[in-house]
Design a protein around this ligand. Structure first.
Ligand code: SF4
Length: 444
């Protein structure tokens, strides 16, 4: 594989310069802790497993493979992943492998979920496994998780999303393949184990007519393409499926009329047809695409939970419920500081579960040792602006991603006024609870 060299972009170097001290409310980010050779020495003759088989796990498997390191499989106890084969590798029940005879001498593990890292460390301790001998963190290899918003526009105006509830918007446009190549190659020079990229944040990626080429650019580099789409737009589904994105998350917030309330401007019939077409084409062309139906739970769609779950089961796709919230984080800061939010944002609040509201208004306190994860969600806009983090819409820390090394960019985030304001307003709570399995959080 060769990287693009059209522009001599600055890249970060290991251990260069004075150590930067991150503020205590943010995660500490260090680059290039291990080279591929370091990692090979650490693993030795042990079998390598990844603890966590979600997107990050699948991505790191791809990044490791590019560096010539193969995994034995994934360890994951999530029911939705039970018995699955992901990109050719099996998902095992963790207890089966961790509890195996002589496991401490036979296995090496990379924890691939930052959210669940504390729980994993506790679990490993039960089996006598020790950090840096038996396991390391994904952050030691991939310290940030980039999203590249290849479309600076959306077809919908969902009231829970800044496209539908903010008055001010960033520039509109699309990233072209040549620019994308420069971006991904800079990222790979700076994060050699990078194996997955989200091609979206606030934009609808399928509106970018170059999406097929962008997916192909990623494939050449063994980088998984993660797409999230509302699927409520005309799509050349055959062309899209043939481009074979690795993971497609389809967002859904109800059944029929309920869906159209919070997917504001969307049409259920079009969404439903596209979802069915997506699955049909995937099966017809036998593409290894993981499709996830991402169900946003509100008060008004409680009755729809089972229907959407059944739809996912019938289609053979993953059902993934999450508690709906209000985005972007600018709205949280306003709420916490008692400032006015838009009428659309107010309407969204009326539909959220009481638990989601408590998280927003500060009734649920974050723990004192909570360090915000979001500074690892590194966000690049279609026009190369670098946003402060993945949950903010407008604030940027740099105009052009290509002009500064990643080390400097993550430091610009850490010293930004937005982060300081976010901490002051106590609006940087951990989103783990919203993304965790929420089946049990019913009528709270
Ligand atoms: S702006 Fe807030 S949510 Fe984003 S990284 Fe900074 S503290 Fe975290």
């Amino acid at each position: 594989m060769t990287f693009s060299t059209e522009i001599n972009t600055p890249v970060c170097r290991p251990d260069s310069g004075e150590k930067f001290i991150f503020p205590p409310f943010l995660q500490e980010i260090t680059f290039n802790k291990y080279s591929a050779d370091d990692l090979r020495s650490l693993i030795g003759i042990k079998k390598l497993y990844l603890r966590g088989a979600a997107f990050v796990g699948q991505g790191i498997a791809s990044g490791l493979k590019r560096e010539g390191i193969d995994i034995e499989g994934y360890l994951d106890s999530s029911p939705r992943l039970k018995g699955k084969i992901l990109h050719g590798k099996p998902v095992y029940n963790p207890a089966e492998i961790l509890g195996g005879e002589n496991a401490a001498n036979d296995i090496f593990i990379i924890m691939t979920s930052g959210y669940w890292q504390d729980e994993f460390v506790e679990e490993f301790a039960q089996y006598g496994l020790k950090e840096n001998i038996h396991y390391i963190s994904v952050y030691d290899l991939v310290p940030i998780f980039p999203s590249i918003d290849i479309s600076g526009v959306c077809n919908l105006r969902c009231i829970g999303c800044p496209r539908g509830n903010m008055r001010e918007h960033p520039p509109v446009g699309f990233m072209k393949p040549d620019t994308y190549t420069l971006v991904i190659d800079k990222l790979l020079r700076e994060i050699p184990f990078l194996g997955e990229v989200q091609l979206y944040t606030w934009g609808e990626p399928l509106l970018n007519k170059h999406i097929h080429e962008i997916i192909a650019i990623n494939k050449e580099r063994m980088v998984l393409s993660i797409i999230s789409s509302n699927l409520s737009l005309p799509v050349d589904m055959e062309k899209f499926v043939k481009s074979a994105p690795d993971i497609v998350r389809v967002s859904c917030s109800g059944w029929k009329d309920n869906y159209e309330i919070t997917h504001t401007g969307a049409k259920w019939e079009l969404f439903y047809k596209n979802l069915n077409d997506l699955v049909e084409m995937k099966n017809k062309f036998q593409k290894d695409i993981e499709i996830e139906l991402y169900f946003h739970r509100y008060i008004h769609n409680t009755e729809d939970f089972e229907k959407v779950k059944e739809l996912a089961e019938n289609l053979g796709v993953t059902f993934r419920p999450v508690l709906a919230s209000l985005y972007p984080r600018e709205n949280h800061v306003k709420i916490r500081l008692g400032r006015e939010i838009s009428s659309e944002a107010k309407k969204q609040l009326t539909l959220l579960t009481p638990f989601s509201i408590k998280l927003l208004d500060g009734s649920i306190k974050k723990s004192p040792d909570n360090r915000c994860f979001e500074n690892r969600t590194f966000s690049i806009n279609w026009n190369l602006n670098v946003r402060v983090c993945g949950v903010y819409y407008m604030p940027t820390v740099a105009d052009n991603f290509l002009e500064k090394p990643l080390t400097e960019l993550v430091q610009l985030v850490a010293t930004s006024e937005t982060c300081a304001m976010c901490e002051k307003a106590d609006a940087n709570f951990c989103g783990k609870i919203l993304t965790a399995e929420v089946f049990d959080i019913k009528n709270d």
